[in-house]
Write a protein that binds this ligand. Sequence first.
Ligand code: BES
Ligand code: ZN
Ligand code: ZN
Length: 513
Amino acid sequence: MTQTDLRQGAPETAVDVSSDLALYKGDAIVVGVFADGELGPTARSLDAAVGGMLTAVCETGDMSGKKGAQAVVYTHGKIPAPRVLMVGLGRAKNVDMERLRCAAGDAARKLRDSGCRAVGMGLHAGLTLSTTDAGEAIAEGALLALYRSDLHHTRSTDAERKAIDTLTLLDADAAARDGLATGARLGEIVATGAHTARDLANEAPNYLPPLALADRARDVAEEAGLSCRVLETEDLRAEGFNTLLGVGQGSVNPPVFIVLEHAGDHDEAPLVLVGKGICFDSGGLSLKSGAGMMGMKHDMAGAAAVIGAMGAIASLDLPRRVIGLIAAAENMPSATAQRPNDVVCSLSGKTIEVRNTDAEGRLVLADALAYAARYDPAAVVDLATLTGACMTALGKHTCGMFGKHDRDTDALVARIQAAADATHERVWRLPLWDDYDEEIKSDIADVQNIGSSGYGGAIVGAAFLKAFVDGYPWVHLDIAGMMTSSKNKGYAVKGATGFGARLLTELARGWGA
Ligand code: BES
Ligand code: ZN
Ligand code: ZN
């Protein structure tokens, strides 16, 4: 392997559908149990074949059916599969896609770690969800959970490496096949988008400077069928991307601006997705502490989500026109680095006093948001690991959502909220009243890149971005708290979450033509 080889943590798991339930020959069958130990329909049909052992597990109290509970039953040759993993789903009427994703994820990871290579899933029967939605949630949850973040472990042979080769959605009723198969395909595409985002964000920063990020965006574009254009230093100078150039000027690795386009069916006002792509954020001359710098390879998580979502949007062949814009740079201290007090004229023509070089995300986004206006967009959504303050305010269970307080923005917020509900990539709106504009007034330039009071850092970051938004509905998502997971749980895997890739894909899916 060389330094430029693509590292991928996505499982090479094939997903298929079968109605041969009791004849299924894999290493395990996963079945659902509802609250109070009530066997789900798939569990019930297997129970007879295994001599009532599943009922016995519930009657002894070893399986409550509570969500998250698991119990393994060994089948001793009564059916071809040597084990059945019973998983608690809670009350049947309360099982939604998120609960299925988590149950499928926990089950898939557990079975992979016990060495299973072929796993059947019979989790969906008896629910109020459609077979398509259930198939999507199960495939998505299992594939996401099987992701591996150990991109640079020198791996042992394939035979020794634990992996699930096939995941089969099982339903004795052949009528369920088509719905399950459609859902499985959707789940695979959506999970692939999130895996692309995780791969990019997990990659070590010496492997992924801005030009390498652009190469990977090109690979995704080629594979999924997107057009891709990359603006390099000379192009950026000619166009006047001075805030992007300014942030990148301290690094030997030059900045780039990446444009991905999914044409859709109509020549219409596009949905524009913008990602902060700081490949490493040292803080620049306003240098971060050692501890504060740790993990700053993830400061391109917004860009990663946009690239992942664009790939999924193209693979789904959605009718809507969607553009992805990525402002990528490395924020480093050096003799050529931008100084605190420098004044930069952004692409929009507005001047900025740089008072803290560590508030670099908003600088590169200023040019990106100005560039977005050229598309006369129907809406612009930016994703950025923008502020530690947002993480302090909201923790690690939701990102912050910001927009102007007007009707067009409220309509966009409602669409994003619906996508967040569907994907469980949650958003929480914070205020962005004009009162906050005072914070970013500069004595020497039009605006300054940090607030004057020191309070409300996440809102001040958003207020700065607002100054570069002109003529289109816009929402900013501050995803700083969401960029990593500290544990393997449900379908989350320790490391980069890929947060935003599924949300943006769902937003585009819900938008229609
Ligand atoms: N990339 C950071 C924000 C960040 C911090 C993301 C922690 C994820 C985890 C951003 O560029 C930054 O450094 N922001 C400063 C802004 C401040 C200088 C106004 C911050 O949050 O401290
Ligand atoms: Zn910073
Ligand atoms: Zn940053």
